[in-house]
Design a protein around this ligand. Structure first.
Ligand code: SAM
Ligand code: ASE
Length: 347
């Protein structure tokens, strides 16, 4: 037995890291929620100055800041005869401050306030094979999106979560295939419109209709699309019940992973019926490897789909089967190397 193996057995670093991984998440959540990164954007500060501005205990603040330095979320500058001054790292400035165009602040807030609470019931979710809204929030989850949107505030938080990732990896999924032949695009369950914006920026000749539930469309128009882009329009409806707008390409981004195979095929058949010959459907999802060996993010997201939805993350071949069952052909799969991948199929 070599030394490396012996060491691993004596010191189970991975297990210790995993056991306490939630301490890392909670440190990040608290620092964001208290507004640490926001405040440090103005200038470097000492623990005592920060605690004064945030109305927090000096000792607690000092420990939180110190942990953020350990996590490389903050820099600490020591001076021989003054207090330690803390400042944002470049990464914190770009991704953790609210006003940054690439901000993940609202995703972190949703993780902290909703996902973290759902994951308290992960064991129960695995046992029962279904989401745990009833236990976590006391809401009946017969209609999935009624549970997800259990209050106006919760719906806006979910929309902000959906919005933020496309500023970071939207371009990769939209450019995975040449979509320029598809002039009329319909983003089904298009939510806040973040992907639609990416679409018209990459394909300026195209127009995008965002189709979503009425209250989502109204919120999107009011809060997420203040500047009218003539190439982006909205349509209110229920994609399981109502007629779909005519289009050359239908986008389903993070839609099928919410639903069972049966409901997914039901929706894909509806799209196939509304689609013209030569038209297409673009799926945007976090694809699992064919042997289920990874990526870890997709494996963990699939567990999240278990605690939060009726669906799962799937492999490229699973989506190919759903698409062909609904009548689509010429399925192409593109892995982007980031969280979300793209699958294109044609009628
Ligand atoms: N496509 C967006 C994205 O990737 O950021 C949002 C994905 S989100 C997980 C699912 C979206 O589907 C939400 O915007 C939700 O309101 C919408 N949705 C759920 N059920 C729907 C239905 N029956 N009809 C229309 N939209 C629906
Ligand atoms: C959904 C996507 C998400 C439904 C619930 C959700 C996400 C979080 N909660 O369609 C985004 C992906 N992140 C994770 C942790 O799954």
């Amino acid at each position: 037995m070599n030394m490396a193996t012996t060491d691993q057995e004596l010191y189970p670093r991975k297990i210790l890291d995993y056991m306490e991984g939630f301490l890392v998440s909670k440190t990040l959540f608290s620092a964001c929620e208290l507004g640490v990164f926001e405040l440090l954007n103005e200038s470097a500060m000492s623990a005592s100055q920060l605690s004064e501005c945030l109305s927090t205990s000096e000792d607690g603040t000092e420990r939180l800041l110190s942990a953020c330095v350990g996590l490389e979320l903050l820099n600490a500058h020591t001076h021989p005869d003054g207090p330690v001054l803390y400042s944002n790292t470049e990464m914190s400035r770009v991704f953790l401050t609210k006003s940054s165009p690439k901000s993940l602040y609202h995703s972190i807030e949703y993780s902290s306030r909703t996902i973290y609470l759902c994951w308290h019931y992960l064991t129960d979710a695995v046992r029962d094979g279904k989401n745990q809204y009833e236990k976590a929030f006391g809401t009946n989850s017969k209609d999935l999106f009624e549970a997800l949107y259990r209050s106006e505030e919760e719906m806006v938080k979910f929309m902000q979560l959906m919005n933020s990732i496309w500023n970071i990896c939207g371009r990769d999924v939209i450019t995975a295939f040449d979509l320029s032949p598809f002039r009329r695009i319909c983003d089904l369950g298009g939510c806040s419109g973040a992907l639609a914006k990416q679409c018209v920026s990459v394909y300026p000749e195209s127009t995008v209709t965002i189709f979503d539930l009425p209250k989502v469309v109204q919120t999107s128009q009011q809060h997420f699309m203040p500047d009218q882009d003539p190439r982006i329009s909205f349509c209110e409806g229920d994609f399981f019940k109502d007629a779909l707008p005519p289009a050359d390409l239908y986008i389903l981004a993070r839609i099928l992973h919410d639903w069972t195979d049966q409901r997914s095929v039901e929706l894909l058949i509806k799209i196939h019926q509304s689609c013209r010959a030569g038209g297409g459907v673009l799926l945007v999802e976090a694809l699992l490897h064919e042997d289920n060996s990874g990526p870890l993010t997709a494996q963990l997201y699939s567990l999240n789909m278990l605690v939060q939805t009726e669906g799962r993350e799937r492999k490229g071949s699973d989506y190919t089967r759903l698409l062909t069952d609904a009548g689509f052909s010429r399925v192409q799969i593109h892995n982007t190397g980031k969280i979300y991948d793209a699958v294109l199929a044609c009628k």
